[in-house]
Design a protein around this ligand. Structure first.
Ligand SMILES: [Zn+2]
Length: 342
């Protein structure tokens, strides 16, 4: 992230700027020792959710997961991939979202169509906004399960994984549960995903207490706090949380309120400073070589059984891209590929 922050005066706030979609807006609240990020997803989210044609409840929850992945993953300073993954025993069995350090976002969901219909989520249907607010989405669609966090910095570095039980009603509640449990971070988080006229839109807002900063005159959060320092810091943090909580789902996703305007509306009394936004784009890392590696790990006889009209079609779960293998392609794969099976 660029260190060159700039201040916004009240009079210079822009009106709706469509280019403010699909980006992450970092900020700090100087009065309260808080930093945060707001992600706003428009066309990128709509592409990911509509390409496979997910039913409404699936799209909505996957959209939330993508927004959460973006807002969390963008804070990590590394070259690699941040992944959020959910496994549940409900109609939606699995959801994955990942973000690369270059801002490429992708995701997919696996669900049981019959179970989804039985739970009231007909294919192509949509949860009404009011219903979505209070119908206990995790319990209804995902059931019991867990959410995993993975930071993958490539072949030669460690994978870090965190795990938390799904705790509802909303996905953000599971994350807060994780933060509390792991005591890594004093954080607040909001997320929303809605279908509007222009397509699926989403947003997520994360604030975290800057370690060692207590806001106005405060001196940290515990042992070294001055006579009143700790209390002031705690007050500042609680005030930031309360201000954040006044943000609605509609505002988080609203294309008519730019991220800067929304942040200013929420936190204008806290000395807000915004930094250069980071763009997010749809991106997938699938390649024919990767698909070939998967195929080579399966016996040829089984592969042959997968043939439809003379060819095997492997479809990327993330981007729906098809990889086709006819007989000559399979012969090449199985004839010459054994030596590099590792
Ligand atoms: Zn792909």
């Amino acid at each position: 992230m660029s260190a060159a922050g700039f201040e916004r005066g009240e009079t210079r706030l822009p009106d709706w700027d469509p280019s403010a979609d699909d980006q992450i807006q970092p900020f700090v609240l100087e009065q309260s020792g808080v930093r945060g990020r707001l992600i706003r997803l428009g066309p990128a989210l709509d592409t990911i959710l509509t390409r496979p044609g997910y039913p409404g409840p699936v799209a909505r929850l996957l959209g939330e997961l993508l927004a959460l992945c973006g807002v969390l993953g963008s804070s990590l300073k590394y070259d690699g991939v941040f992944t959020l993954q959910i496994k549940g025993d409900g109609a939606i069995r699995t959801m994955v979202a990942d973000l690369t350090h270059e801002g490429e976002l992708r995701g997919y969901a696996g669900f049981d169509a019959a179970a989804l219909a039985a739970a009231g989520g007909e294919a192509g249907g949509e949860v009404g906004r009011e219903a979505a607010q209070d119908d206990g989405t995790i319990e209804r669609w995902l059931g019991n399960g867990h959410m995993a966090f993975t930071v993958d910095q490539g072949v030669y570095s460690e994978r870090y994984q965190g795990l938390v039980e799904l705790t509802g009603p909303r996905l953000a509640d599971s994350l807060l549960h994780y933060f509390r449990q792991s005591q890594q971070l004093n954080a607040g988080i909001l997320v929303a995903c809605e279908r509007r006229g222009s397509g699926w839109r989403g947003g997520a807002l994360l604030i975290e207490r800057i370690p060692g900063e207590g806001g106005r005159g405060g001196e940290g959060t515990g042992a070294v706090a001055g006579e009143f320092g700790g209390d002031i810091a705690e007050e500042d943090w609680r005030r930031a949380l309360i201000l954040m909580a006044s943000c609605t789902d509609a505002e988080l996703a609203d294309p008519a309120i730019s991220p800067e305007r929304l942040l200013f509306r929420l936190f204008h009394e806290e000395g807000i400073r915004v930094f250069e936004p980071q763009p997010v784009a749809v991106g997938c890392r699938c390649t024919r070589e990767r698909v070939e590696r998967i195929l080579r790990s399966i016996p040829r006889e089984q592969i042959d059984e997968m043939k439809v009209e003379g060819e095997v079609v492997m479809t990327c779960e993330f981007c729906s891209r098809d990889f086709r293998f006819d007989d000559p392609a399979l012969d090449r794969l199985y004839g010459g590929g054994r030596e590099d099976a590792g």
